[in-house]
Structure formats: C-alpha cells, structure tokens
Design a protein around this ligand. Structure first.
Ligand SMILES: NC(=O)c1ccc[n+]([C@@H]2O[C@H](COP(=O)([O-])OP(=O)(O)OC[C@H]3O[C@@H](n4cnc5c(N)ncnc54)[C@H](O)[C@@H]3O)[C@@H](O)[C@H]2O)c1
Length: 396
C-alpha cells in the first residue's frame, strides 16, 4: 500500500447510506492492525440538502449531487452504492470501469439480468466488488452458523424464520421506490433478501422452494409532498399511486439438509424491524431475535433433564466480531444493527488494502452470492405464480 490515503465516498445518503457513512468513520477505530490512512471524501445524494447534512454530520470533506462526480474523482478509491435497487447497475458498472472498489447494497439489483451483468463486470474488474448482505455481520447470527458448522447442534432438521417490519403498515406511508416494481420486488426483495440469505448462511443451500404466497395488503398509497428518506412518513398529497408489489411473502424451503419456512412482511404492525429465526438440529437448537441483537438463545439435548431448555448467552469477545470490534467489547455491553455496518466496512477495507483474510474478518459476500440470492427470490415468485408448486433454485 502506498502512502496515498484511501479515499472513500458514499452514494446515497438515505437510511442505509448514513449507516455506511458512519461505518467508514468507525472502521479505522476497530480491530488490529490499524488500517492505512483513510480520507472521508464525499457523500453524494441527488438531494443536495440530504447530502450536505450527511457530509457535515459524518465528517466527509464535501458533498456531491451527481454520482458521476464520484466516478471522475481519482482521489476516491472506495465507494458504497446505497441508492434504490434499480439504480445500482448503472452506477456500479461506471465505478468499476473507473477502477473503484465497490460495496453495493442488497439486493444486487431489481432484475436478474442486471444483477448478472453486474457480476460479469465484477469478474472483469481488477478492484474489489462486494455486496452488503449485512446480517452476516451480526455476532449472534455468525455464532449460530458456527454452532451449525462445527456440529454442536448436530444435523440441521428444520429452520423457521421471519422478518417482520411495519414501515408499510400505515396506509398513509407515502409512495416510494420500495412500492414500485414487479411481484417479488416488495417485501420479498427488501427484507426477504436478508432473511433468505441468513437462512442459507446458517443452514446451507436451499434446493427448492414451494407453497409461496405473495400478497399486497394496501393497494394504493398517497404521493409524498417532499423527499422520502428511508421509512419516514411526512406530508402527503390527496393523490394516490398504485402499490405494485408485495407487502407480504411466505414460502417453504427444502435445504440440502432439512426443511424450513420463511415469512416476511412490511405491514406487520408494531414490528419496526424484527428478524427472528430458530434452527433445530439433532443435538440442540438455537434462536436469534433482532430485538435482542446482542443475545443468542441455545439449548442442548444432552443437558440434564431437569434443567433442559433455552439459555440466554450474551455475545462477548468469545463470539464473532465482538473482540476489538466495539469500544467496550465485554459481554453484556451490547451492540446493534449499526455496528454490523461497521464490521462490514472494516472487512471490506481490509480486503481492499490486501490484508489476508486469515488475519482479518471474513470477507463480504460476492456479487455472485448476490445473484444467487436473487435467483432464490425469483424461485419464490415463480412458485407463487404456479399456485405454490415446488421450484428448484439454481446453484451458485
Ligand atoms: N443492509 C441493510 O441493512 C439495508 C437497510 C436499508 C436499506 N438497504 C439498501 O440500501 C439501498 C438504499 O435504501 P435506503 O433505505 O437507504 O433508501 P432511501 O430511499 O432512504 O435513500 C436513498 C437515497 O438515494 C438518493 N438518490 C436517489 N437517486 C439518486 C441518484 N441518482 N444519485 C444519488 N442519490 C440518489 C435519494 O435522494 C435518497 O436520499 C437499497 O438498495 C436498500 O435495499 C440495506
């Protein structure tokens, strides 16, 4: 690595863009050895006010309103792409062509064709291209994966997972890009991408899906009168626009080992953001609930019969990501969703600067894994279209 500081930019300063902006700021202050010098160069958002506010708040040198300014700046080496899914491809391809390292948000794109083109561009690039399937950075989820992979839970028998959110529960929640697009581009793509990825991260590949059901509960939404960022509500017009995609999706999955059910909703009243899953093996079981982010519950079959049952384990330095990843990394100190963006940013920067994976964190997911995740969700849509018939999921 030369002495040139690593220049960083974030494109999109909405809900997740701010999490990326903050994560790069924190990434140099966690783990060892320390990273080379980084420069927080620019936050870019079409909305200049949003961009300027985020740049000032997170300590970036400037803000931009056209992503092409990021592409054209030779002092920027690393870029997060955190805008609506249908915008990912054009921006990512231009960044890779300009020799930038790219961390793109999930799902990789809004169509499989575009996602495959992006994966092709990543294969041809000399830089690092990764996708922000951020929940693999949850210490609790990574710990449960370890319990499965080391055989401590025995063979996986079944998985039950749900991701319930309520950002669309109120009929007054304004129209935004999240409600536009074909079947499967709604809750299934938005939060189902996370849940299905976590299901495979923990239990291994899903071979086929069946029994899929996608529904739209609120079929029209008011047009916003101002900018919509993330799940904010605000002043809305009396004019409405049709909701084009799914509020709810549920399906069953056949894994290489075991079966499961997965369910996602953006109209689950009183669940701001609640991923929950439970995995049952021949030797024990484990579960994780986003509402208690820094805890895992585990149970083992061979515990004495009079105390058998779930015990709560506080995540601490013996678990993934925690040691050195938090200012207070003792058990019980707690962490949450924002921290997993920091762990993700650090893993990405470590890879960019060439730190060996053995001395760093596990790498971020590849664009190929992003395509695979979209193929899995596409199989769910096809199962729904075929009245719940079983549909094979193409291998990675
Ligand atoms: N990993 C996670 O946990 C997580 C969480 C939320 C969102 N996401 C993903 O992040 C992405 C963005 O989601 P969000 O909720 O932050 O969206 P958002 O609507 O809150 O923010 C998007 C921002 O992009 C800006 N924008 C629109 N067009 C632009 C352009 N051409 N150039 C620059 N900026 C532009 C908008 O002004 C807005 O501020 C999506 O892909 C979403 O799936 C991931």
């Amino acid at each position: 690595m030369s002495h040139t500081p690593l220049g960083i930019a974030v494109i999109g300063a909405g809900m997740a863009g701010k999490a990326h902006a903050n994560a790069y700021r924190q990434a140099t202050a966690v783990y060892a050895p320390t990273l080379p010098e980084v420069r927080l160069v620019s936050i870019c958002d079409l909305n200049g006010e949003v961009a300027a506010d985020a740049a000032a708040r997170f300590g970036y040198e400037r803000h931009d309103t056209d992503w092409r300014q990021i592409v054209a700046d030779p002092s920027i080496h690393v870029v997060s792409v955190v805008v609506a899914n249908f915008l990912h491809r054009e921006i990512v391809e231009a960044l890779l062509a300009a020799g930038k390292h790219v961390l793109c948000e999930k799902p990789l794109s809004d169509t499989i064709e575009d996602a495959e083109a992006m994966a092709e561009a990543a294969r041809n690039a000399s830089t690092v291209a990764r996708i922000g399937l951020t929940f693999r950075r949850s210490p609790g989820i990574a710990f449960i994966r370890d319990l499965v992979q080391t055989g401590r839970l025995g063979d996986v028998l079944h998985f039950s997972g749900r991701y319930w959110a309520d950002y669309g529960a109120h009929p007054d929640a304004p129209m935004s890009w999240r409600y536009q697009g074909p079947a499967g581009s709604g809750a299934l793509a938005d939060i189902g991408s996370h849940l299905s990825y976590v299901a495979e991260f923990v239990c291994g590949d899903i071979r086929s899906v069946s029994g899929a059901r996608l529904t739209t509960a609120i079929t029209e939404r008011p047009k916003p009168l101002g900018a919509v960022v993330g799940h904010t509500r605000g002043a809305v017009s009396t004019e409405t626009a049709p909701v084009e995609n799914d509020d709810y999706a549920g399906f069953t999955a056949e894994f290489e080992n075991g079966s499961g059910t997965l369910e996602v909703s953006r109209v689950a009243v009183a669940h701001p953001t609640s991923m929950f899953f439970e995995v049952f093996g021949t030797k024990g079981a484990a579960r994780w609930d986003q509402r208690n982010f820094a805890q895992v519950e585990v149970a083992f079959h061979d515990d004495p019969a009079d105390v058998i049952g779930y015990r709560t384990v506080q995540m601490g330095p013996t678990h993934p990501y925690v040691a050195g990843g938090l200012p207070i990394d003792a058990p019980g100190a707690g962490h949450g969703q924002n921290d997993q963006f920091v762990f993700q940013a650090r893993a990405f920067l470590d890879e960019v600067v060439g730190a060996p994976e053995s001395a760093s964190l596990p790498r971020c997911a590849s664009f190929e894994e992003g395509v695979r995740n979209m193929r899995l969700l596409d199989a769910v849509v096809r199962s729904h279209a075929a009245d719940g018939a079983a549909v094979d999921v193409p291998a990675l």
